[in-house]
Design a protein around this ligand. Structure first.
Ligand code: 5GP
Length: 217
């Protein structure tokens, strides 16, 4: 399954994802490509694949991205092949993408589940962006402006989590993942029929993994 996670920078998406990956097996975060400069503490291939603009453009031409967008004057893109491989392995993938990226994925992959992460308040968000100390003050100001504009789009998402208390936010995200897995519409009816749990004629669609793989590739 694909989970789309959006929320402005500083809202705690990376921390949330790291904790979810340790608490739920078979959930992984898609590692995007970006042209933004690497920050202190980041590692190539862990937070992002850091590439220059010409490499990024070459990848666009090769149709290597499921979606890509320009965010804060840098390019960010979700690699397609990596997703195909993980979907084939039955792994749940979280895409940390901005609102434009989320819209593109929602349009092309209606089975994806979208989650918007809100800060507890604007004051807390501003303080978090400033305390990170990894960006210059004009960058922080721009990110704060963009954050406010982006937050208005939470209504386009399936779920909204307010990240006031991290443990509570984790519990809510975990619940979403667990509940989405047992949705009747997501059952693998072919598997059910083979095991005598469903009648052959109630199997109008191919398996979920097959459907998702076809859309991505
Ligand atoms: P940051 O530079 O703070 O890591 O991320 C800035 C913004 O880029 C965040 O809102 C994040 O969700 C978004 N982003 C990261 N990777 C991707 C991607 O592959 N595609 C899109 N559309 N946005 C991304």
């Amino acid at each position: 399954m694909l989970f789309i996670l959006s929320g402005s920078s500083g809202v705690g998406k990376s921390t949330l994802c790291k904790r979810i990956m340790t608490s739920i097996p078979d959930v992984q975060l898609s590692v995007s490509y970006t042209t933004r400069p690497i920050r202190d503490g980041e590692t190539h291939g862990i937070e992002y694949w850091f590439v220059d603009q010409s490499e990024f453009r070459r990848m666009i031409e090769q149709d290597a991205f499921l979606e890509w967008a320009e965010v804060y004057e840098n390019f960010y893109g979700t690699p397609r092949q990596e997703l195909v491989t993980r979907i084939d392995q039955g792994i749940d993938v979280i895409l940390d993408v901005d609102v434009q990226g989320a819209r593109n994925v929602m349009k092309n992959m209606p089975d994806a589940v979208s989650v918007f992460l809100l800060p507890p308040s604007l004051e807390v968000l501003k303080a978090r962006l400033e305390s990170r100390g990894t960006d210059k003050s004009d960058v922080v100001d721009r990110r704060f402006q963009k954050a406010q504009a982006e937050m208005a789009h939470y209504v386009e998402y399936d779920y909204t989590i307010r990240n006031g208390c991290l443990d509570q936010a984790i519990k809510e995200f975990e619940s979403i993942i667990v509940a989405e897995h047992v949705r009747t519409k997501r059952l693998d009816h072919a598997w059910m029929s083979r095991h005598g749990l469903a009648r052959q004629e109630s199997n109008p669609v191919s398996s979920r993994t097959e459907r998702e793989r076809n859309v991505i590739s």
